[in-house]
Design a protein around this ligand. Structure first.
Ligand code: 5AD
Ligand code: SF4
Length: 436
């Protein structure tokens, strides 16, 4: 039996790609094993969004430089696409380098490896396809990812994604709806629609659906109780998305809308294609919705040229929006990106200082926001049980973690939807008790 081990780094797109890759490998007669030591074929599905993420794969490969004999190594994903054949120089024991836009070629590349080819590559970005396979091995029994669009046609000055995932291509609405129905029939109750920029989804079939129409229709799939989507780009985020969420409780009341900076001057330098005011208009749509919509974001500090005043504008923005949570990062210089050419780099320790200030400010906002839930009853999808605390782990429609006690009940709750009364709130999660 041929064996493989696969480790995934990076975003949900990568996690889902790995589910498809695993299915493809199993389809080719491979068996998955739990450790790289046991495996003949070791694959890393990589991320290059920041330098730290990229370094991870090289440190993994380094571990096997000497004792990797007899094994075959493959680098997949964003570092594969970005570094290409240079990976063979940095890590000569690697035999396969393949970017996500070439995964349709995986079966062919595997056969080449098995028939003795020393080095095989899939590095073309010139494709109109997305990678779909009926063999996908989903990791979670209740929540399923569906890719609706791949690649990105924007050119944010800091971002590698257009270079690692190629141009935008959308799947037909019919194939998305069919996949959603199949997942419901297989017992999944939550669907997460995925794309680097889901808002620019455009059905290539004559139906011509836009993203909000697709979202509405996926939300009407019988048996599907929750639909999420990620990631949104403010430029393409339209009011119809908020209206759809307002009208259908199956669409989760959570929107992740990356802002990156609160300063219009920085947004322009970042080539984000919107101003602070335009972004705030989208926030207003959500705040004036009938349902309480949780809002989360991504922020970069220390982009080249960011002044103290620009940074203050970001702090003021998070105070104004009152995000439910944020992901925040120090700017990292990436190969090929337009921002490489910019002068006025911010020193690392200054980026660190700004990041700490931002995160502390946001922590106070989260403590305040989460306190509002105390006393309320929220429906949770139960994800599992924490033996150490004796609590079940649930997730609300707003994507908040709600840990709860289920007194007197001994039945399995994972995968079920249960009402929970919130009794305590912290900055990063809620705690409560199940109600009947
Ligand atoms: N440096 C730091 N953060 C980055 N991101 C994307 N590129 C970079 C970079 N070069 C962040 C953005 C994006 C998130 C996924 O990662 O905030 O929304
Ligand atoms: Fe990382 Fe971006 Fe690639 Fe996802 S698309 S794996 S975040 S570089």
């Amino acid at each position: 039996m041929k064996t493989f081990y696969l480790e995934t780094f990076g975003c949900q797109m990568n996690v889902h790609d790995s589910e498809k890759v695993i299915g493809t490998l199993v389809g080719q007669g491979y068996a998955q094993v739990e450790t790289p030591e046991e495996a003949e074929l070791v694959l890393y599905n990589t991320c290059s969004i920041r330098d730290k993420a990229e370094q991870k794969v090289f440190s993994r490969l380094q571990q096997f430089k000497k004792d990797g004999r007899g094994k075959t190594f493959a680098v997949l994903g964003c570092v594969a696409q970005q570094e290409g054949e240079k990976i063979f120089e940095k890590a000569p024991h690697v035999s396969m380098v393949c970017g996500s836009a070439s995964y349709n070629k995986l079966p062919e590349l595997l056969v080449q490896l098995e028939t003795g080819h020393r080095r095989v590559t899939g590095l073309s970005l010139d494709t109109e396809d997305t990678f779909e396979t009926p063999l996908t091995r989903r990791d979670n029994p209740h929540r399923a990812y569906i890719t609706i669009i791949e690649g990105c046609d924007k050119s944010c000055a800091y971002c590698v994604v257009p270079f690692t995932r190629g141009p935008e291509r959308s799947r037909t609405s019919a194939s998305v709806i069919e996949e959603a129905r199949g997942l419901a029939a297989a017992g999944y109750t939550e669907i997460q629609l995925l794309g680097q920029n889901v808002n620019s989804y455009r059905d290539p079939s004559p139906a011509g659906w836009d993203f909000s129409t697709l979202l509405e229709n996926v939300g009407r799939t019988p048996g599907i109780r929750r639909v999420r989507f990620t990631t949104s780009h403010p430029r393409d985020f339209v009011r119809a998305i908020v209206d759809a969420i307002d009208q259908n409780p199956a669409l989760c009341n959570h929107v992740h809308l990356p802002v990156q900076s609160g300063s219009t001057r920085m947004l322009e330098a970042m080539q984000r294609l919107y101003t602070r005011e335009e972004y705030m208009r989208r926030i207003e749509w959500m705040k004036s919705a009938r349902r309480p919509i949780a809002i989360t974001t991504d922020i970069i500090v220390g982009f080249p040229g960011e002044t103290e005043a620009d940074f203050d504008a970001t702090l003021a923005l998070i105070d104004e929006v009152e995000y439910d949570s944020i992901f925040s990062f120090k700017y990292s210089r990436r190969p090929n990106t337009p921002a490489l050419a910019l002068g006025d780099q911010i020193p690392e320790d200054e980026k660190g200082r700004r990041l700490t200030i931002l995160q502390e400010r946001q922590r106070a906002i989260q403590i305040r926001r989460n306190a509002r839930y105390v006393g309320m009853v929220e429906e949770c999808l139960v994800e599992g049980f924490n033996k150490a605390t004796g609590q079940w782990i649930g997730r609300t429609s707003q994507n908040k973690t709600l840990n709860f006690l289920s007194v007197g009940a001994s039945e399995e709750l994972a995968g079920r939807y249960v009402p929970v009364r919130v009794t305590r709130a912290g900055p990063n999660s809620l705690a409560g008790e199940r109600v009947n």
